[in-house]
Design a binder for this molecule. Structure first.
Ligand code: AMP
Ligand code: FE
Ligand code: FE
Ligand code: ZN
Length: 317
């Protein structure tokens, strides 16, 4: 987002952006709730698209977004499953990026899952993930743990594998008693099997998400203490902040909602549910008032129109 000399926010088409009446945390929702941060088997979650849709329906959610790590392959099947269960679906992804050496996660909403450049870049990120799995397994082998990379890939069964898949393989093969033990002993940053990962810069990732017709939102800012990066991300075109998150306290949520309003950013939120791969499923514990989804859709439509792109629904969902 750019700001004109008079201090008024300008959108990407150079027009002043209206200050919407944003509902505050804790206010009653006019019409339902959404969960805009969910993972499936297409990254490190355990839910299939059908299971995700069924759970969303069970929790009475009006809308969900799929945000698999560095992946969009799950969008189409999840959209179909959600349609069958009467839940509104928003295509998305969660990109692992960095700013000044710190890892930042960027959520992309309404990206076109067939966009050629997005798919090209995601394929690169996925190749980095696959190579990193091999390197981490080699480290485990050197530590005397005879795990095979192929076993991890077979278990992951997706293009965007991550450390939770290695953790699951370690538990399944009996080398660790729990996923947490696998992370604590081997996989956490600076533990013996951990390998750093190449990451795209956050500003490049914002540009990529925009090119693919999407909006860019900073994921769980309260987790990464990434407040210091917010001004430069806004300068790079950041559209929103994930204010509601399973690991944000109520005061943190309130703080980020106010920060978002102050910066004329969209407010999003979700449970970051990974099914059973991080303990127990947390879908239903974070409820974003649906009014925010309407604002998100309006902004996405406005941006796509400014870029002469068809509406986000045009890819047949
Ligand atoms: P990666 O993308 O390969 O770096 O793996 C990151 C994923 O590992 C994220 O989904 C994290 O939430 C997850 N993760 C980090 N620590 C743990 C843990 N102790 N137990 C389970 N999952 C974890
Ligand atoms: Fe994850
Ligand atoms: Fe994340
Ligand atoms: Zn996530």
């Amino acid at each position: 987002m750019k700001v004109d000399p008079g201090g008024q926010a300008l959108n990407r088409s150079g027009l002043p952006t209206p200050r919407h009446a944003v509902p505050l945390a804790g206010q009653p929702a006019a019409s339902g709730f959404a969960d805009l941060h969910l993972h499936t088997v297409f990254s490190d979650g355990t839910y299939t698209p059908e299971q995700l849709a069924a759970q969303a329906r069970r929790h009475g959610l009006r809308a969900v977004a799929l945000t698999d790590h560095d992946a969009v392959e799950g969008c189409r099947p999840t959209a179909l499953a959600c349609r069958q269960d009467g839940v509104e679906f928003i295509p998305g992804t969660e990109l692992t990026t960095e700013a000044s050496g710190d890892e930042l996660h960027l959520l992309g909403y309404f990206v076109d899952p067939d966009h050629p450049r997005l798919l090209e870049e995601l394929a690169r990120f996925q190749a980095v993930r696959q190579n990193r799995i091999r390197e981490m397994v080699e480290r485990l082998n050197r530590l005397g743990i005879p795990l095979q990379a192929e076993a991890v890939f077979a278990l992951a069964n997706c293009r965007s594998p991550g450390r939770p898949h290695i953790a699951r393989a370690l538990v399944q093969a009996g080398f660790c008693a729990s996923l947490d033990e696998a992370f604590q002993r081997f996989l956490k940053r600076n533990r013996p099997a951990w390998v750093p990962k190449f990451k795209a810069s956050a500003s490049e990732a914002i540009e990529l998400l925009h090119q693919a017709g999407g909006l860019a939102v900073l994921a769980h800012p309260g987790l990464t203490r990434s407040d210091v990066f917010i001004p430069e991300l806004v300068e790079a075109g950041l559209d929103g902040l994930e204010c509601y998150h399973v690991k944000h306290s109520a005061p943190a949520t309130e703080y980020y909602v106010r920060t978002a309003i102050g910066l004329n950013l969209l407010v999003t939120g979700g449970s970051d549910c990974h099914g059973f791969s991080k303990g127990k499923p947390v879908m239903g514990t974070v409820k974003l008032p649906y009014a925010h989804v309407e604002l998100l859709k309006a902004r996405a439509a406005e941006c796509r129109q400014a870029m002469a792109m068809p509406p986000a629904t045009a890819w047949g969902l």
